[in-house]
Design a protein. Structure first.
Length: 209
């Protein structure tokens, strides 16, 4: 029924020439075949020799060989069934091709758009819309142990800024080493404090100068 050229770049059926689309692997008619459109070969064969194709249905090659367009190798599937099948049965070679295309073509363009003014504005509006629908969740303050409720945005470890500051002071996460301006001794102080002396005695002696 379907014949192919020696290099498989063309297929012939009912006097119609179908040319291989190397990007998709399907054969496309060289002239309109149905409702003014140039059909793919497998759809033409199914419609002509098996029956009508329900709206939104795909014609699937049973053995996944796009060069086998005989009627007994074709079946109709819903779009979701077709996508699910190919997702579960994708070959390693095809998977590598998809990953390569993702790295070379998709991700750079997506990254460029996300950094653009339009992309940033979209994210801003999207974030506001998402936040509106978030429901408060229960958390336990890591400083005082009190239960509090907040929307799940950011890091919710503390019930208040006072508890957050107290926790950081207690843990020493903001501590730095300073040199006393009176005796020159090194001492530990919170980096946000204005402490200049290692002790009250040094502060008093400095004031007496």
């Amino acid at each position: 029924m379907v014949q192919y050229s020696d290099n498989k770049e063309k297929a012939y059926c009912d006097g119609i020439v179908f040319c291989l689309d190397k990007k998709t692997g399907y054969y496309l008619a060289s002239k309109p075949t149905y409702q003014g459109q140039r059909e793919r070969l497998h759809r033409y064969v199914y419609r002509t020799y098996i029956g009508s194709i329900p709206k939104s249905y795909h014609v699937h090659h049973k053995n996944s060989d796009k060069t086998n367009n005989e009627p007994d190798n074709l079946v109709v599937l819903t779009a979701s069934e077709h996508l699910e099948y190919h997702g579960a049965n994708i070959s390693e070679e095809r998977l590598r091709q998809k990953r390569k295309n993702l790295e070379i073509n998709v991700r750079p363009k997506a990254s460029e758009w996300h950094r653009s003014e339009v992309g940033r504005e979209w994210h801003k509006k999207h974030g506001i819309e998402v936040a509106k629908n978030l429901q408060p969740k229960k958390y336990i303050c890591q400083q005082c142990g009190k239960e509090f409720h907040k929307k799940p945005q950011g890091v919710n470890k503390f019930c208040s800024n006072n508890c957050k500051s107290a926790y950081r002071r207690k843990s020493g996460v903001d501590n730095i080493e300073r040199q006393c301006e009176y005796c020159g001794k090194l001492f530990i102080a919170n980096k946000y404090s204005t402490k200049k002396y290692c002790s009250c005695e040094c502060r008093k002696h400095q004031r007496r100068k």
